[in-house]
Design a binder for this molecule. Structure first.
Ligand code: ATP
Ligand code: MG
Length: 423
């Protein structure tokens, strides 16, 4: 059972307006176990709209139109659906009378073109519009040998939502077979998408009843699993089973299996180990601290830290020897290590993290760092009572924002990995 949503309106083909109705409709249809397979946006053009309607009705079981039910010349949805399905329009006297009455109540005469809103497709049920004047229409019919449900809803979101709730959901729920959707998501950090796919595809391809999607971005890979079944339990059991198998394959690369963010996981792990954390950040300018402190309750395990941008502050706040900054350069393995160890000592934290790097663009400061490449970042981690901090050298690509974000992502992921080793 698949659905298509068609949003009619030329304004949504400009850079200025978005089709948000389809997001709402997708969520509602999913609740009934109906998967949205296609979304189309069409301008206010009779031929285009008729063509889109024809295609949608041929390939989807449920087709929902949004918009184009108003009284103006560019409101063409009724006519286009009629042409696509070979259905005639008849002017409904009851609707027409209601419209005349509404205008009369406001002591206005109804403009002639408003009567188009009373045009109803053959065989359609009229859906009342509680928040506006254009009624909707609901067609449940058979085309060829296939059952098709075609729904026409008004474009203004408050009208569309109220009409869906009051008129469509009950009809759909009563006629569609009972379906429930379950979802699960696995999240991984800093691992190539192709590698995730190569390792997991043999597993998820076996689950043809579960839809698997891989999303990549911002140093994170997400695997989404969606399954529709007759009962909640059945659907949940399928996605859980698949998620467990994939998790077993990817092992420690998976940082979250119930939606938690990387920051939340790091804080949770600190809590379980009764460890506190402090950070000294240069090129990330406090981004790591910002991400951690965005999580409610983070103050219990994240003590704080310092943004040590100038060389002098690396010494003052993170106890990096002046001599070391001068000879090795502020972007160096030695300085990153000293930052992690220094901030840990200075704050009394159990764990210290240090990040220093060149985010670019433009050449670095004169001195030992002058020839170092943009994207060179060092992330260091120091654990109390363990001797020298571990340092990882990174060569990140992209613009300043991307390098800063990825550096913070590496900082968090290394913390997670480091904490994993210390159960
Ligand atoms: P009206 O009687 O108001 O003309 P209509 O059914 O003809 O209603 P449209 O003319 O297509 O609907 O759209 C009316 C307004 O509703 C648009 O100006 C826009 O603000 C909003 N709208 C329409 N379609 C969408 C959509 N897909 N997502 C979000 N908003 C929408
Ligand atoms: Mg309109």
């Amino acid at each position: 059972m698949i659905a298509e949503i068609i949003a009619a309106g030329s304004e949504m083909l400009t850079p200025f307006r978005q089709d948000t109705n389809s997001l709402y409709l997708t969520a509602r249809l999913n609740e009934l176990g109906v998967q949205v397979a296609f979304k189309t946006i069409v301008g206010d053009n009779f031929e285009h709209l008729t063509g889109a309607a024809r295609i949608a009705i041929s390939r989807a079981d449920v087709v929902v139109f949004s918009g184009g039910l108003g009284p103006t010349e560019d409101d063409l949805t009724r006519e286009a659906v009629g042409a696509a399905m070979g259905l005639k329009l008849r002017r409904d006297t009851e609707i027409l009378t209601g419209m005349y009455k509404r205008f009369a109540a406001r002591r206005m005469t109804m403009p002639q073109n408003n009567s188009r809103q009373a045009d109803v497709l053959d065989g359609a049920e009229v859906l009342e519009n509680a928040n506006g004047s254009a009624p909707g229409q609901y067609i449940d019919t058979v085309v060829g040998r296939h059952r098709k449900i075609v729904i026409l809803l008004p474009g203004p979101p408050n009208e569309l939502k109220a009409m869906y709730e009051a008129e469509c959901r009950p009809r759909l729920a009563a006629t569609l077979p009972e379906r429930h959707m379950a979802r699960r998501m696995l999240r991984m950090a800093l691992i190539p998408e192709s590698q995730v796919d190569a390792r997991t595809a043999p597993i998820y391809k076996e689950y043809t009843d579960v839809e698997t999607t891989i999303l990549a971005g911002h140093g994170e890979i997400q695997l989404h699993f969606v399954c529709a079944k007759a009962s909640d339990e059945e659907a949940q059991a399928r996605v859980d089973e698949l998620a467990e198998k994939v998790e077993a394959e990817m092992g420690e690369a998976v940082f979250s299996s119930h939606g938690e963010s990387l920051e939340e996981v790091v804080l949770l792990m600190l809590g379980l180990r009764h460890m506190s954390l402090a950070s000294a950040e240069s090129c990330t300018g406090g981004l790591l601290a910002q991400r951690l402190t965005a999580v409610p309750g983070s103050s219990r395990y994240f003590l704080g830290g310092a943004v040590v941008y100038a060389d002098r502050l690396k010494t003052t706040f993170a106890e990096v020897p002046e001599e070391m900054v001068r000879t090795e350069g502020p972007v160096s393995e030695a300085v990153a290590r000293a930052m992690a160890e220094g901030i840990r000592r200075k704050t009394g934290a159990a764990v210290g993290v240090g990040i220093t790097g060149i985010a670019g663009p433009g050449p670095g400061a004169p001195g030992p760092d002058a020839d170092k490449p943009i994207g060179l970042v060092y992330v260091a981690m120091s654990f109390a009572g363990e001797g020298k901090a571990k340092v990882v050298e990174l060569n990140l690509t992209g613009d300043r924002e991307r390098i800063r974000l990825w550096a913070s992502q590496h900082g968090l992921e290394q913390l997670r990995r480091g904490l994993l080793e210390r159960t």
